[in-house]
Structure formats: C-alpha cells, structure tokens
Design a protein around this ligand. Sequence first.
Ligand code: HEC
Length: 462
Amino acid sequence: MLSFFLPLLGRFHPILVHLPIGILVFAVILIFLSKKQDKTFLPAIQLAFLLGSIGGVLACISGFLQYQFEGFSLDTVQFHLIFGILTTAAGFFFYRKSKKTNDPSTLKWSSTALIGALLFTGHLGGTITHGEGYFTEVMPEDLQSLFGGVASSAAPLTLPEHGWEELAYYEEVVQPILNSNCQSCHNPRNKKGGLDLSSKEALLKGGENGPVIDFHQFFKSNLIARMELPRDHEDHMPPREKRQPKKEELQLLRLWLENEASFDLKLGAAKPEMKILEPFFQREEIAFYPTINLPSVAEDSLSKLRKKGFYVEPIAQGSPLLKVSCINFPDFKDSDWHNLEMIAQWIAYLDLSGTQLSDSILEEIADAPYLTVLKLNRTPIQGIYLEQLSKLPHLKLIYLNETNVTLSNTLSLASSKSIQKVFAYNTSIANEIEADSKSRLPFALEVYQFDLPMMATDTIVY
Ligand code: HEC
C-alpha cells in the first residue's frame, strides 16, 4: 500500500541534498567570522553542525533509495555514495569538536576541508544527473581541453547526394558516426571502459574486456551489440541518458560489420538501401512553398470543409498554408468552388484530379495567390484559360496528365516566371509537339506517352 513511499522519498534526494550543503557551509562561515577566543557564535555553530549532519543523513538515505529504485548502476553512483557518507560523518565529527572547544576559530582550516568534501560530493552527484562535461560544454574549446573535456561531439554524419558510392566506408561513414556518438567518452584522453574509438588503430585494440570487433562473427561484435541492447539495459551504449544515434546510423554500422568490417571498402560496394542513406543527404534548403504571414484558418471552417468531402490539411506543421484535395469528392463541379473561395488565400496545393470541373474553373483558381502545386489530371479540361494561371507568382508545378489540353493552350503559360514543370502525359501534346518547341519553353514540359505493354490477360474474354 505504501510501496510508493520509498521511491518517492528517493526522488526527494536532489532537494534534500541542499540541506546539509547550506547548513554546513553556514557553520563554516560562522567559524570564519569568529575572532580568536570569541565564543559568540559557538552555540549556533554547534547547532548548525548538528542540523547539517542530520540533513546529511537524510540526503544519504534518500540518495540510496533513488539509486535502488531508479535503476542506476553501482558503477555510476559508488563514489558519490561513499563521499556522501564520509561528508556526513565529517559533519558529525565537527559537531563533536565544536562541543569540546571553547575557541571555534581553531577550527578554521580543518573545517575548510569539509567544504571541499561537500563540493566534490556535489560535483560527483551533478555528474550523474547532468553527465560529464556539464561545465566544460559551455566553455570555449581551449578551456575545454584545459579541463580535460573533449570538444563535445563532432558534427553528425552527412553524405553527398551525388557520388556517395565512392566514399570510403570506414573513414567517411563509420568514423564520423563514432565521432559524433561515442567520442566524448571514448577518446585517447578519456577512455571509458579502456576503449578509444577515435581511430582505426584504437578501434582494433578494443577495450578492457577485449576486442570490440569480432572478426569471426561480425554481427556479434561488442561495438554494435552494446548499442542494440534495450535502452534501459545497464550495458547499453551510449548510456541511456545520452543522446542516442539514429536508427540509420546503427544500420550503417551493422552493414559495415556485415561486410567484414573492411577498412578498404567503398560505400557503394556495400550496396546500402537508399532509405538508410536518405537522412544524411544534405539538400539545399530552398523553401518550396512561399513563407507567409497569414493567420491560420479557423479549425472550425476546416472541419466544415472536411464534412463536405474535401481533404484539407496544413502543408506543414505550423504553416497556415493549406493542401486541398478532392480525392474523396469525385463529383466536384465548378459550382462547388464556392466552398473553397473563402480559403483561396491559403491554398498552396490543390488537387482537383478526377473531378467533373470545366475549363472556366481556371479563372477562379487564378484567385489563389499562393498556389504552388496544381493537379488537374484526368479532368475534361482543354486548357483554354491556362493563361490566367501564368500571373500566379508562386505556381511551380502543374499536372495536366490525361486531359484534353492542347499544345497551344499550354504555351500560353510561357509568360509565367515561376512555373518549373508542366506534366502532360497521355495528352495530344506528345503528338503535336515539334522538336524545337520544347526548347522555347521557360519550363520543363513532360509529355511522355504511356505505352502499356499488352498482356496476355488483356485479350481474355470472361
Ligand atoms: C557518456 C559516455 C559514453 C558514451 C557517449 C559512450 N560510452 Fe561506451 N562506455 C562508457 C562507459 C562509462 C563504459 C565502461 C562501463 C561499461 O562497460 O558499461 C563504456 C564501455 C563501452 C564498451 C565496452 C568496452 C569494454 O571493453 O569493456 C563498448 C564496446 C562501448 N562502450 C561502446 C560505445 C559505443 C559504440 C558508443 C557510441 C555509439 C559509446 N560506447 C558511447 C561510456 C560511454
């Protein structure tokens, strides 16, 4: 019934520790304020040592409970625990001394050691909660190395989108992954577990429990095995309170080990799946959609549209611009546009494919100032009013696949400064187009004609 009480008390440890720290420091301050043979503060000094030491006992008990119930390993807490107990014992020791003396000023220098012990214990405790490098992290690099910290973690892995095949798998992929995830604790100056992961030679040397790469059973190598342990497992690497690698980083390490941890391998030769490389490609971050300063449309208005069958969502989290689709509204006709008129200002992506609209809707659509992507596939339009769209300043992609658009109507978009591509697969344009007319256009015109191969089943009559 009261089983929660002990863990709860444990959680008070970070609060309770401040009692002995504050009170014992106060006792030492009073000692330093005492002149020779001056007993003015003696009763207060005695009381402060007593209360501070009792506070120390509470801190030790709650700390021990926290260690028991919160899954800390003894390795992590042992020094903090021992120094906590020693410091508390020292508090009682000074309490006794202060009871026996008539001249508190004689305790000046010995009691300073108590402050030292408090600081050291506190620091060990802080390291458990905040991790090593809590202080050094915020220092400039020169100072960091002075204090033995390693300039925290190296930059995360990035890969070029073109030519990644030629990268040296170990040097340009594996090592950067180790640098950004492990180096802070496994480097030549700070070898946790006796392990340095900052170079090929060090990696091959292994840690205090032997090699970390198993050259007989690569996938059982300690290097990866400890990363693949459940996060709350004591041996999990990096320690669970630290930033964890991406799952694709793990996959890249595993793939390298599966390729016999070769130091000469090229990334391309390991045939990685594109999806594990994807997150590391550096793309130019040119915003595709315009950034605007409009208030978002009220959720209420959006849900009304959804009830009518429109798909309406923001184009990205936090963006006021909207993506609208009629994929579940195949009966959409020109007259249904009035529903969208109110939000036309916000529409950046509009998909009216497969609906019953006619050419005149293009005039309405031209009132959506931020329209960037327009899809009109499989609609009956010929593109008579396409020219209207050329004045839209953000329109980049137009899809007119399987429609009746003609080349001359499409050419009327030529005055647009923003359009990048017009898709017109399976239209008559493919036949109309002359070799040179494509090169006269300021945008790419895709007119590939689908030529589905005839399959045997196509001719079977059921
Ligand atoms: C915050 C510090 C920290 C980080 C970051 C860290 N480790 Fe460790 N690692 C330790 C400590 C402490 C030990 C020793 C205690 C133990 O074995 O759990 C250790 C031990 C190991 C060992 C066992 C060495 C031996 O021979 O006993 C391996 C393997 C290991 N780490 C791999 C890694 C890998 C791989 C990464 C990066 C993905 C990593 N560690 C990141 C702190 C860290």
